[in-house]
Design a protein around this ligand. Structure first.
Ligand SMILES: Cc1ncc(COP(=O)(O)O)c(C=O)c1O
Length: 435
């Protein structure tokens, strides 16, 4: 098949989508095909995908493709008719949550799911304030943009959103550690509660990604989430866990990331991996939250939970279960983590390696003592890896943390290739800096 040249497509894209519609890489990549953990560009070059979590069970998984195609060829409607797909799917999905999380509402994107969660929490508590980290991203609607302290201008002026510092155990204030560090962050959460109360808004909830994924997959101090949630609940607020990135078994040991902290949220939001690329997202909460929200105001969403979306989402669950992919996340994840730590022992640039199943944050520093962020090196490494046929990305306040989240079907042979190329590119970037 003939594809436009990348430069031609780029110019045309700028003309019709504007120059700010984000693209990865110094030389953007025109992808034309995907299969399992591989994607192919317009010139036929193959890339190992170690970044994309949306094709959760692998690009174009035949079982998911077949489910979508079969349902699309049978019936698709908006969601005000009875259809068994949505009921079957909700029953299956809810069985994977703690008993208190017993009802679902569907949406199409993570942003919409968080928007519903905000409205639900504000309605249920009668309060307005929301607490987030100081480098958060939870989506792009007007209300959700107010939470985007790391990325969105709206977050700077919002009175009803107050942030606390990322509860990082690597970059720590004043060299604090252990209980003193936990207390430092917990005091910040308490200050956020006090601020919202002083403004007369009260606390509707704390909304966090339990993996702190956009924050760089930081490790929280022991017990931080449980204690912060207890403080918020004490103030009358709810715990909203944004599992848009970490849900559906990515972190291996559990289906849901919030389970690591041992505290059941009041509301969970889901998205990205849910339909393997087909747009479906969800809000999971208790019967009383969902029923009282539904009674208060109409929630109708034309496409959300339609028969095709639910066929896709059910097929994702089939593959996760039938191919034992949570176990694979545990095993392959541990193998990659060991490989990354071995690279850390040989490459000074790697300051810290954090892993949770098939989710990795690799923090690059110029100096291990000062922890000066190696942002240019991270950028160069991401681009060099692309040249070497492996897709990764970076995140963090200075974009200094490599972010890896491959499809759940990623195996040891893929890990070996990733680690070998990363080793070579680390040498390349380090030498280029020295030279
Ligand atoms: C943690 C988190 N929540 C929510 C969203 C928003 O999801 P969507 O882009 O599907 O609206 C994102 C997107 O990157 C995200 O990372």
């Amino acid at each position: 098949m003939n594809h436009p040249s990348t430069s031609n497509l780029l110019q045309r894209r700028y003309r019709v989508l504007g120059s700010h519609s984000p693209l990865f890489y110094e030389e953007p990549l025109q992808l034309v095909r995907g299969e399992d953990v591989w994607v192919y560009d317009a010139d036929g070059k193959r890339y190992l995908d170690t970044y994309n979590n949306v094709p959760h069970v692998g690009h174009c998984h035949p079982h998911v493709v077949q489910a979508i195609s079969q349902q699309a060829g049978t019936l698709n409607t908006h969601t005000r008719y009875l259809h068994e797909n949505v009921v079957n799917y909700a029953e299956r999905l809810l069985a994977k949550f703690a008993p208190s999380l017993s009802m679902a509402m569907f949406a199409c994107t993570g942003s919409e799911a968080n928007e519903v969660a905000l409205r639900m929490a504000r309605h249920a508590t009668g309060k307005q304030g929301i607490i987030v980290t100081d480098f958060a991203y939870h989506g792009n609607t007007a209300a959700v943009a107010e939470l985007g302290t790391g990325f969105m201008p709206e977050a700077q002026n919002s009175q009803r959103v107050v942030s606390f510092p990322i509860p990082d155990t690597y970059r720590t204030p004043d060299g604090l550690s252990g209980e003193a560090l936990a207390n430092h962050y917990l005091q910040a959460v308490q200050r956020a509660i006090d601020t919202l109360e002083a403004r007369g808004l009260g606390v509707a909830g704390i909304l966090i990604c339990p993996d702190f994924a956009n924050e760089g997959l930081v490790y929280e101090p022991d017990g931080f989430i449980a204690r912060a949630v207890a403080q918020v609940r004490q103030a009358g607020g709810l715990y909203i866990a944004d599992e848009v990135q970490g849900g559906f078994g990515r972190t291996g040991r559990y289906w849901w990331s919030h389970e690591w902290a041992g505290v059941t949220p009041d509301i969970v939001t889901l998205g990205k991996p849910m339909g393997n690329g087909h747009p479906i997202s969800g809000v999971i909460a208790s019967e009383s939250l969902i029923e009282s929200f539904g009674e208060w105001g109409l929630y109708f969403n034309t496409f959300a939970g339609n028969p095709v979306s639910c066929a896709a989402a059910s097929a994702v669950l089939d593959v996760l279960e039938n191919e034992n992919l949570l176990q694979n996340a545990v095993e392959t994840g541990a193998y990659i983590a060991a490989g990354l730590r071995e690279l850390q022992s040989r490459h000074e640039l790697i300051g810290d390696v954090r892993d949770k199943g098939l989710f990795f944050g690799v923090e690059l520093v110029r100096d291990r003592d000062t922890k000066a962020a190696a942002e240019t090196e991270a950028r160069d490494l991401v681009n060099a890896m692309k040249q070497a046929g492996v897709l990764i990305s970076s995140i963090g306040k200075q974009n200094q943390i490599l972010k890896l989240r491959p499809p759940m079907s990623f195996r040891r042979e893929h890990a070996d290739l990733l680690l070998e190329r990363l080793d070579a590119c680390l040498h390349q970037v380090t030498e280029a800096r020295r030279g």
